[in-house]
Design a binder for this molecule. Structure first.
Ligand SMILES: Nc1nc2c(c(=O)[nH]1)N(C=O)[C@@H](CNc1ccc(C(=O)N[C@@H](CCC(=O)O)C(=O)O)cc1)CN2
Ligand SMILES: Nc1nc2c(ncn2[C@@H]2O[C@H](COP(=O)(O)OP(=O)(O)OP(=O)(O)O)[C@@H](O)[C@H]2O)c(=O)[nH]1
Ligand SMILES: [Mg+2]
Length: 455
């Protein structure tokens, strides 16, 4: 395999930059451009050692720097790796990269270091994806999840099910192909139990993947309520700046206003919507329809009520709708600075998460944060098992889960074992694609194309 090189730090001015070289010629390339001061030769350097020295272009000094050596197979990629850290100027960094290219290394493709790590058995495909999640993580939960997956927790869970399915397939194949042999008959009960277990594990992973996506992309949240209750005021409070227009006119917000807010460790993708009510106004009507649609799609509803007036039919309709959709919800009883016309009790039967605030009071932002953290605490969604699924992994899981469910049904209906076998086969394939053990070149390329060069 060729020897590749790339700048592995951001191409921006900084303290130092790292140029990474990987492949069987890595030490030869480094030898040609780096003259160590602190040891006799690059070729003599052991793995996990470094040297201070001079970076040279045909004997002309380019910079002084530090060379770190990793010896195959003990490196990130599993190959010989040399890392040159030079001063962190954009020009000098690119100059060192060019030197590497002129001395026998080839430019790395996006994600190629990690791809090689995978090809050399250092990482599974899901672990490689977790490397990317680690880089993208913007908070403690996201980092913890990515770390779990990188350490192999997702791979381990899938691998266990896959191994069982493959074993099952082996037994089924032997039984179907050589019925005359005196093989132990496939025990239908045992088969059913294995399938049930596989359905449940994949189902559980799918449920967890929602949480993974939620931590990664932000919680898709709709702020709903009838006109004038203070939805836009609340939106602005959560954002910390005035994004939505606030007026005393009912029907002010007509479009869906979307913006991300970070509260503690959680990121919320907030949508401020038009107040839901019957209206003849053409524009407002469209806004109300959009609000209803978003309400059905979202992951969390913040239901806002004006407690200075008695709840009306629109309020009750919203409470009932959210309850019947089974959404995670927070009830915000707003305008607590005014005299109250309705008690908390009225709302409690609809949802247990209730908070009383005045959206005009900046101090009350914290109350909302605490209430939301309670809904999304790690205990409430089992952060330990949170799997950082992305769309690709999710797609594979959905396929596997569907086929396993179908196989189980077929078995219950008394279909032939041939038919059942085909479905288990599909399911196993999807799981092997998930972990990368049987992913096509196209799938692997797609995954790594999302990486940056130098990773
Ligand atoms: N300078 C530097 N820092 C870095 C990286 C790097 O490539 N270079 N990494 C790049 O992302 C991450 C660390 N990744 C690494 C993963 C494995 C090995 C390694 O030497 N593995 C050996 C030993 C394993 C063991 O004993 O636990 C091996 O696999 O045999 C090194 C770095 C983060 N920091
Ligand atoms: N006294 C008091 N007034 C508030 C509070 N929150 C919002 N308001 C006022 O209520 C009025 C309506 O606020 P908005 O935030 O525009 O209400 P909305 O729910 O977005 O209304 P629409 O966009 O029309 O659906 C404005 O005059 C706000 O200043 C509060 O906590 N206390
Ligand atoms: Mg509004």
């Amino acid at each position: 395999m060729s020897t590749i090189c790339a700048i592995s730090t951001p191409v921006a001015e900084g303290g130092i930059s790292v140029i990474r070289i990987s492949g069987e010629n890595a030490l030869n390339v480094a030898e040609k451009i780096f003259a160590p001061h602190t040891c006799p030769s690059v070729a003599g350097m052991a793995g996990y050692t470094c040297a201070y020295g001079q970076i040279n272009d045909n004997g002309r000094a380019v910079d002084d720097g530090v060379l770190t050596v990793f010896r195959a197979p003990h490196s990130y990629t599993g190959e010989d790796v040399c890392e040159i850290s030079c001063h962190g100027g954009i020009y000098v960094t690119k100059r060192v990269l060019r030197l590497c290219l002129e001395n026998g290394a080839e430019p790395a493709q996006a994600g190629e270091f990690t791809k090689r790590a995978m090809l050399n058995g250092k990482l599974s495909l899901t672990q490689a994806e977790a490397v990317m999640d680690t880089i993208a993580a913007q908070g403690e939960y996201a980092l913890a999840s990515a770390n779990l997956t990188r350490k192999g927790s997702l791979f381990g869970r899938i691998d266990k099910v896959t191994k069982e399915l493959v074993k099952l397939l082996g037994e089924l194949a032997a039984w179907v192909d050589y019925p005359e042999e005196d093989l132990p008959a496939v025990e239908e009960n045992a088969l059913r139990e294995s399938l049930k277990n596989a359905v449940s594990v994949t189902g559980r992973l799918l449920a967890d993947s929602d949480n993974g996506m939620l931590i990664k992309n932000g919680i898709d949240t709709v702020i709903a309520g009838r006109p004038n209750v203070g939805k836009s005021t609340l939106m602005n409070l959560l954002l910390g700046y005035d994004r939505s227009i606030v007026t005393e006119v009912a029907g002010t917000t007509r479009d869906v206003i979307e913006e991300s807010a970070r509260l503690g460790e959680l990121i919320f993708r907030l949508s401020d919507t038009a107040g839901i009510r019957d209206t003849e106004d053409k524009v407002e009507k469209i806004g109300v329809e959009m609000a209803q649609k978003r309400l059905e799609e979202c992951m969390l509803v913040i239901e806002v009520f004006d407690t200075s007036v008695k709840p009306d039919d629109d309020d009750t309709a919203l409470l009932e709708k959210v309850r019947s959709l089974g959404k995670r919800a927070l009830i915000v009883l707003n305008k607590s600075d005014l005299e109250s016309a309705v008690g908390e009790d009225f709302f409690r039967e609809y949802c247990e998460n209730i908070v009383c605030i005045s959206a005009k009071d900046p101090n009350d932002r914290e109350k909302i944060q605490h209430a939301l953290e309670k809904i999304f605490t790690p205990e409430n969604y089992d952060a330990d098992s949170t799997i950082f699924a992305n769309e690709r992994q999710r797609g594979c899981l959905v396929k596997a889960n569907k086929n396993l469910t179908a196989a189980l049904e077929a078995l219950e209906m008394g279909e032939t074992l041939d038919a059942v076998t085909v479905m288990i086969d599909y399911a196993a394939d999807s799981l092997l694609e998930l972990t990368g053990e049987k992913a096509t070149e196209a799938v692997v390329s797609e995954v790594f194309s999302k990486f940056c060069v130098g990773k």
